[in-house]
Design a protein around this ligand. Structure first.
Ligand SMILES: [Zn+2]
Length: 351
């Protein structure tokens, strides 16, 4: 990451007037979210409380600043502190419950697939991660109706051996709420070709496969994740706008791309007409918005919808259709998907 929030596109297209009525309508719009990280959703107050409990050194306990970072190195320092502050089943249950109920109540998220990096939690057993996620997800569903699934994610910086071992543990573990694997971390720390074995294991085991790729506008990253890893979804994918042939392939093959407004504010500072989210939308790519690391970025999914409407001019109807596209691309079992389709359609999202 190379910048901070607020550095995104500034040359507006014909954006709709954004008043409180429009903002309220966007917030109330039912949403399906496929790109969000459990670690990035931890409330600042919960982070401070858990860090105190486990004596994790914190540079500050000021809730306004516990997530301060200014580049990828300082971001990773915060991420590592978070990893050390989440240690057992109860911790995971708590952050899962809080994050899901926040999303349901604040942004009307009906369904969410959640990334989590098992290998960045040195004191947390994988079985406790899954058990805690299940506890928190079940309680959040009872409280708000939100449905959630888990995507254990390969951390690029930990290399291929750790990643393959992680996938084996996922395949051997409880899989009721585990629907796929992902990959994240700094793209410069390991090319996709390092992770072919991990992905082959996951595909052979019946898991969905996606990967963060092209966040820094590399088209080759996206191509490799499709060709070498067999991904059927791509997270970020902004490099697609630099390669028209690959863009057309992704459109025609219905590869779903999960974008994140927050990330583009770090990596893009050009005009709205050339913004990657706008260009992917204009190209007819199946896509949706995710809040990525909302607590760390001080935002939420409804806030990101509003930013995209304001800065890029996407309409309420266009954003509503993204929820339908995301549900179609999700890895929820078909009977449950149908139930959510009914809820989305009843709220005005296109079939
Ligand atoms: Zn992400």
């Amino acid at each position: 990451m190379s910048g901070g929030p607020g550095q995104g596109a500034r040359d507006k297209l014909a954006a709709p007037p954004v008043g409180s009525v429009f903002a309220d309508a966007l917030r109330a719009l039912p949403k399906v979210e496929l790109h969000v990280h459990l670690e990035g959703c931890v409330r600042p107050s919960t982070f401070v409380e858990l860090a105190r409990r486990y004596d994790v050194p914190m540079p500050t306990a000021d809730l306004e600043h516990v997530y301060d970072y200014h580049d990828m190195v300082s971001f990773m320092e915060v991420f590592e502190r978070l990893g050390s502050a989440i240690r057992n089943r109860d911790d995971v249950a708590r952050i899962t419950y809080e994050s899901l109920t926040d999303a349901a109540r604040g942004s009307n998220v009906l369904y969410r697939e959640v990334f989590c990096n098992p290998s960045t939690h040195p004191d947390l057993a994988y079985r406790d991660l899954v058990a805690g996620f299940t506890d928190g997800a079940n309680d959040a569903q009872s409280a708000t109706g939100i449905v959630a699934r888990l995507i254990p994610s390969v951390f690029r910086g930990h290399g291929p051996e750790v990643s393959s071992a992680m996938v084996r543990e996922v395949l051997d573990g409880e899989r009721d709420l585990v629907v796929g694997i992902g990959m994240d971390g700094d793209e410069t720390t390991g090319p996709p070709e390092l992770f072919t074995q991990a992905y082959a294991l996951a595909r052979a085991g019946g898991l969905g496969v996606t990967a963060h790729a092209g966040e820094r506008f590399s088209a080759q990253e996206v191509r490799d994740c499709l060709d070498l890893l067999g991904c059927t979804r791509i997270d970020h994918g902004y490099g697609l706008v630099r390669d028209s042939v690959l863009l057309e392939r992704v459109r025609s093959e219905q590869i779903h791309v999960t974008c994140a407004w927050l990330s583009t504010t770090y990596h893009y500072d050009g005009p709205a007409q050339a913004h990657p989210i706008w260009l992917l939308h204009e190209a007819g790519v199946s896509m949706s918005l995710g809040s990525d690391d909302p607590a760390m970025g001080g935002t939420d999914l409804a806030g990101d919808y509003l930013a995209v409407a304001r800065e890029l001019g996407l309409s309420l109807a266009q954003l509503a259709s993204q929820s339908t596209a995301a549900l179609d691309a999700s890895w929820l079992a078909e009977p449950e998907k149908d139930l959510l389709r009914v809820r989305l359609n009843a709220a005005g999202c296109p079939p």
